[in-house]
Design a protein around this ligand. Structure first.
Ligand code: GN1
Ligand code: MG
Length: 372
């Protein structure tokens, strides 16, 4: 069968899949890559693989990206094995093509990769309860620790300046000046919102430059739906979506997680009265995160935890707004004002975080005292 999404016969001819292919599901949780689950019948049992088309407009060097990806997944798998875990459930595995490559470049120039499908897991777009967040915090905290001795010099920057908020701000200013899609006039309020917070954009980068925050190997895309939870035990078992594992700040990962999980509504909710920042989610995520990663963090990294949530939320809002101004060329959208709606939820959250700032500082301090 040839779907207009991918040619299964061509893909099948490249890989040693086990069993007879029968159908596929679309897994489009993310805004960037196209992801499918390929289902096979293997001796009467279902055997599935994940097929992803790498978005080369976003990841301009897919071959370097796959070098990172294999390096990181092999490293994590070895750590899981050392710890006596189950590598096929607790880590991502890249399948190689018949000619020994970790990706397949098809005739039309599209890059594909195949990875393991972890059965009996669930992921959440929305935290049903604070326990899920505590577990997500623990899982990302562990992941952070796991990568602590990864040789950072071996990693390429798959997207240069990915969480460089100053560079994101400059891209935004450029988009305003160019006004490619003729949308500037309708978003003056949002533009002013960003300009009023220009100073925030450089805070963490200045600390990094002064040597007050350490450069680490980080995930950089720590949305809740990038953790797989075991359906039976409910524990977070595997971190996925490893395209942006690069040198970065631990605060990027922490802040981005809470940007997403701390929101009481969806990232693209139109009704802003539903968008609040949930301090209880902050508390449980931070408890989980610090219980796993706390002893490897510096006091400065801990002090800036609440600030990082504000900054990563502001940065994400800036990115959505920039893309809206540029005519929606980066994030996948499914309605005309999708990026604008996303930007507005992020800015509403920034306001909420600003209001609750002292409360979040207090929660963090209390957690640290308990953990001592
Ligand atoms: C993108 O594809 P997804 O949804 O995992 C983006 C993240 C943003 C996120 C916002 C490579 O991630 O940086 O935070 O959308 N990934 C990339 O939802 O740009
Ligand atoms: Mg992602």
């Amino acid at each position: 069968m040839v779907s207009n999404l991918f040619d299964i016969e061509e893909i099948k001819s490249q890989y040693n899949f086990k069993g007879e292919y029968y159908d596929f599901d679309i897994l489009n949780n993310g805004h960037i890559n196209n992801t499918y689950v390929l289902n096979f019948d293997y001796k009467g049992c279902e055997k599935s693989y994940v097929l992803q088309q790498i978005n080369t407009a976003v990841f301009k060097n897919p071959e370097e990206l796959m070098r990172n990806y294999v390096g990181v997944t092999d490293f994590v798998r070895n750590k899981v094995i050392e710890a006596g875990g189950n590598p096929l459930r607790e880590s991502v595995k890249v399948y190689y093509t018949k000619d020994g490559k970790p990706y397949y470049l098809d005739k039309s120039g599209r890059y594909w990769r195949v990875i393991n499908y972890v059965i009996n897991t669930v992921s959440y777009n929305f935290p049903d309860n604070t326990e899920i967040c505590r577990k997500a915090g623990k899982t990302f905290g562990n992941f952070q620790k796991l990568l602590a001795d990864y040789p950072a010099e071996e990693l390429c920057e798959t997207i240069p300046n990915f969480h460089n908020t100053v560079s994101r701000y400059n891209d935004f200013i450029k988009a305003v000046e160019e006004d490619k899609a003729g949308r500037v006039a309708e978003v003056t309020k949002e533009i002013e919102f960003v300009k009023a917070r220009k100073k925030d954009c450089s805070v963490l980068l200045d600390l990094l430059e002064k040597g007050e925050l350490p450069l680490r190997v980080t995930h950089n895309d720590t949305k809740l739906n990038n953790v797989l939870f075991d359906k039976k035990t409910g524990e977070g078992i595997c971190v996925i979506d490893l395209d942006t594992v690069m040198p970065g700040l631990s605060l990027y990962d922490f802040g981005d997680s809470l940007r997403f999980a701390g929101n009481t509504a969806d990232e693209d909710e139109k009704d802003l009265s539903k968008v609040r920042f949930n301090a209880e989610i902050y508390r449980s995520y931070t408890e989980g995160y610090l219980s796993a990663a706390g002893d490897s963090l510096t006091p400065a990294e801990i002090y800036y935890l609440p600030f990082s949530v504000k900054l990563m939320t502001l940065e994400c809002g800036i990115r959505f707004l920039t893309d809206y101004l540029n005519g929606d060329v980066y994030f996948r959208i499914s309605r005309p004002e999708h990026n604008l709606d996303r930007c507005r939820t992020q800015f509403k959250l920034v306001e909420e975080i600003e209001e609750k700032y002292m409360e979040l500082m207090g929660i963090t301090q209390l957690i640290c005292e308990h953990l001592k």
